[in-house]
Design a binder for this molecule. Structure first.
Ligand code: HEM
Length: 415
């Protein structure tokens, strides 16, 4: 998100996030009662502390995300990207530049293009599971789902697509953790410390990709970085800053989010043993489990926009320049659209959740994320004859927009 990279924007997100009721471990793990309370007061509420609008209603959220002329994604003022002056990525651009840049890589991410990766994604999943069997001698016991599979799988896949060494994944983890981290509290020292660590992390990422781009310039290859280096828009190549921002976005956007989709699906399955039993009987249910996890435990809970012209939404008057926080996680539990929104119902149909956003910025990686989640869930079911939750207090990720847990211990018995 914009908040990923930019310091002033990070402060906005921090303010917006911390003032919400999401201050304790319990609230971060379970922000849903807060959404329910807000939705009962209105679909759009003003927050004076953070000087922004909070949007909770499904229809209002969709209206805003569809209407990119009134609601800009250029949250980071161009050329004022804080330390380092980074170029905005497509996530933080409006048309026409957004359209031009997104078109360059759209083709690589269509469901058809991604489907070709399926055997490879299954092979990576199998080899990660083989590694655990090797380490544990195949004995039943506890593993951390995040470390063992849910984190490495998406990182290895995107690293290979981009053309960066998957072996660097420990570094990526540190950087992408930092990019989604929010402040633990609102004290000035906490904020300053996070802003400084985030700027340092972004600088390291930047230097890392500068070297990688250099290496790719020397050779012809069919990686995404190779394609972006060769790409031209109106006879001009992308600038080095644009190339780097693209790489950082692709690496960061797909990591933590897909990890949390996989973990979220297992949280749901372990909370609903009858669903797990049905899924073992009928693996075709996996797609419904994934869609419902996306709605129920949306890995991205919020995004933001800036109002470009005065406009009314949900009975409230927005003024030019106002900031708007769109709570996708709340829209996905709006009872006007989803019956029994607080129930996990994997056979829900239709299930038009907004977990991947809506409109021109709709998640580029959605087909890839779903394919990875599918591979992870099905491989675990077929290789493990028993999977159960470990009695533990989960530690939520401390972030203003990414929802998930830092680790997820499970007890497994191999087939
Ligand atoms: C955009 C969610 C996985 C790449 C978005 C947006 C959301 C989202 C909500 C729109 C943000 C906005 O409108 O401000 C998710 C979730 C994922 C996931 C929940 C996993 C479950 C991925 C993966 C990749 C990816 C695997 C790529 C490898 C992108 C990119 C954009 C984006 C490039 C920006 C698109 C644009 O601005 O046109 N994602 N994402 N995402 N996502 Fe994802």
């Amino acid at each position: 998100d914009g908040a990923l990279a930019n310091t002033s924007n990070a402060q906005h997100f921090m303010a917006g996030f911390v003032r919400t009721a999401l201050r304790t471990r319990e609230q971060r793990l379970n922000p849903f009662p807060w959404y329910r309370t807000c939705l009962s007061q209105g679909t759009v509420l003003r927050d004076e502390t953070s000087q922004s609008w909070d949007v909770f209603g499904y229809e209002e959220a969709q209206f805003i995300l569809r209407n990119h002329a009134h609601f800009s994604s250029e949250r980071t003022a161009r050329g004022q990207g804080g330390p380092g002056n980074y170029a905005p990525s497509i996530l933080n651009l409006d048309p026409p530049r957004h359209t031009q840049l997104r078109r360059l890589i759209n083709l690589a991410f269509t469901p058809k293009a991604i489907a070709a990766f399926q055997p490879h994604i299954e092979a990576i999943t199998a080899s990660l599971l083989d590694d655990i069997v090797k380490e544990t001698g195949g004995k039943a016991g506890e593993i951390d789902l995040v470390d063992a599979l849910a984190y490495p799988l998406p990182v290895i896949v995107i690293a290979e697509m981009l053309g960066v060494p998957a072996a660097d994944r420990e570094k990526f983890k540190r950087w992408s953790d930092l990019l989604v981290e929010g402040p633990a509290d609102l004290r000035a020292e906490t904020l300053a410390d996070l802003v400084a660590r985030r700027a340092a992390g972004r600088k390291e990422l930047d230097d890392y990709f500068r070297d990688i781009v250099d290496v790719h310039r020397q050779k012809d290859d069919n990686t995404l970085i190779g394609a972006l280096i060769a790409a031209q828009i109106e006879n001009e190549s992308l600038s080095l800053e644009e190339l780097i921002s693209f790489c950082v976005l692709l690496l960061a956007a797909g990591n933590e989010t897909t990890t949390n989709l996989i973990v979220g699906a297992w949280r749901c399955l372990l909370e609903h043993p009858e669903t797990m039993a049905m899924l073992r009987e009928n693996p075709a249910l996996v797609d419904g489990v994934i869609e419902e996890t996306l709605r129920y435990y949306s890995p991205v809970q919020a995004t933001s926009r800036i109002v470009t012209q005065d406009i009314e939404v949900g009975g409230q008057q927005f003024a030019k320049g106002d900031r708007v926080v769109v709570w996708l996680g709340a829209a996905n539990r709006d009872a006007r659209v989803f019956e029994d929104p607080d129930q996990f119902i994997p056979t829900r149909s239709p299930n038009h959740h907004m977990a991947f956003g809506h409109g021109i910025h709709f998640c580029l990686g959605a087909p890839l994320a779903k394919l990875e989640a599918r591979a992870a869930i099905l491989a675990m079911l077929s290789r493990m004859e028993d999977i159960s939750a470990v009695e533990t207090v989960l530690a939520p990720i401390v972030s203003g927009f990414v929802y998930g847990v830092k680790s997820f211990p499970i007890e497994v018995a191999w087939v």
